[in-house]
Write a protein that binds this ligand. Structure first.
Ligand code: SF4
Length: 361
């Protein structure tokens, strides 16, 4: 696994954002920290923020990374990794849902990092596509939208994908979201069932389904770009046909519908036996949902489905969805011709189970 947080020492008193430079390339005197030393333990940099010593990584691995230095806790957070297409900003750990399979169970406290994240975005590599997640980012909707707008005005080459439960948009947001800036923003919105009781049960929040329908209507009115997301769990497997009909008839404006396999972490880890659907045995439900959506003009794709576990006709929509820093391929994958296109497994998926599932293609 690629570490996103590293131990570090800095003589600064307050947190600051900086870009690490050790090689060639344009240098910004205010924002860049330049390498002054490297040894077996790590790398030392100097910049406007002072001296910064990072342990456990090489200058080559860190070159160009945009980091948040936290002097008091003695660590740096690699907010944007140079050369990686998988960079996600965590804007809050608060959430107003409690999904049965949540991979990152929410916290009650919120640490406001918007100013740092904005600084980081302005230092991003050209053309970077940046993810934003939580918690529920739109609990801080105005700060979130203001940050995105300021960044995109200064860096129109960037784009964002924001995960949101979609329940905090109101009609008042429509004019704002219609701004052409938002063509560079897509929203990843989860919908787990076509019926309120089942969706609300899965997300642990009464009224969530109805609020989401209002939110989706607002996004539709705003001409927003939406990726619909459905995590597969035992309770919604049989409801997939109904959901595919709902998506095809009511939500055809979405850019894509992503059906996602479960992540072995957070709440799902402790509930694995009751939640996990082995799609190898029950793929007909998934296939039917994909077929129905596709026939009605809605593009469907599979996230976190290793290609060899999917029937050949559906491998083309089983995309390499897992971010590079948390993706692994078990030893049994060695020699597979499809690895470059395959999601593989989350780093935290049990090795034995992953190894037993795969058959190199
Ligand atoms: S063998 Fe491994 S790399 Fe190949 S399709 Fe299966 S999981 Fe993916």
């Amino acid at each position: 696994m690629i570490p996103l947080v590293l131990p570090a020492m800095s003589d600064a008193e307050a947190p600051f954002v900086t870009r690490l430079r050790s090689g060639e390339g344009p240098v910004d005197g205010v924002w860049d920290s330049l390498m002054v030393d490297e040894d077996d333990g790590g790398v030392t940099y100097a910049g406007a923020g002072g001296i910064l010593a990072i342990d456990g990584a090489t200058a080559e691995a860190l070159d160009g990374d945009v980091v948040l230095v936290q002097p008091r806790t003695g660590r740096v957070e690699r907010i944007l990794r140079a050369g990686s297409p998988h960079n996600t900003l965590l804007v809050t750990e608060r959430c107003d849902q409690l999904c049965v399979m949540c991979s990152q169970p929410p916290k009650k406290t919120h640490v406001d990092r918007f100013a740092y994240l904005e600084d980081a975005c302005l230092l991003a590599e050209p053309g970077l596509h940046i993810g934003i997640s939580g918690g529920e980012p739109t609990l801080y909707k105005d700060q979130l939208l203001s940050m995105v707008e300021r960044v995109l005005r200064q860096r129109p080459d960037l784009s964002f994908h924001i995960l949101s439960n979609g329940q905090h948009f109101t009609e008042d947001d429509v004019p704002r979201l219609r701004d052409p800036l938002y063509r560079k923003v897509s929203w990843g919105v989860p919908l787990y069932a076509a019926s309120a009781p089942l969706h609300d049960e899965i997300v642990g929040k009464e009224g969530a389904f109805d609020a989401l329908q209002d939110g989706l209507a607002t996004l539709l009115m705003a001409g927003a770009r939406v990726e619909l997301r459905t995590v597969l769990v035992s309770s919604n497997l049989a409801a997939l046909p109904e959901l595919s009909r709902f998506v095809a008839s009511r939500l055809r404006f979405v850019e894509v519908w992503s059906i996602m396999q479960l992540e072995h972490i957070g709440f799902a880890k402790g509930r694995w036996r009751t939640l996990f659907v082995d799609h190898r045995d029950q793929f007909q439900m998934v296939a039917g949902a994909i077929d129905w959506a596709t026939m009605h003009g809605v593009r469907a794709q599979l996230f976190n489905f290793p290609r060899c576990t999917v029937p050949p006709a559906y491998r083309g929509v089983a995309i390499a969805s897992i971010s590079d820093w948390k993706r692994k391929y078990p030893t049994a994958c060695t020699g597979c011709a499809e690895q470059a296109n395959c999601s593989g497994f989350f780093e935290w998926h049990p090795d034995e189970e992953a190894g037993a599932m795969v058959e190199p293609l």
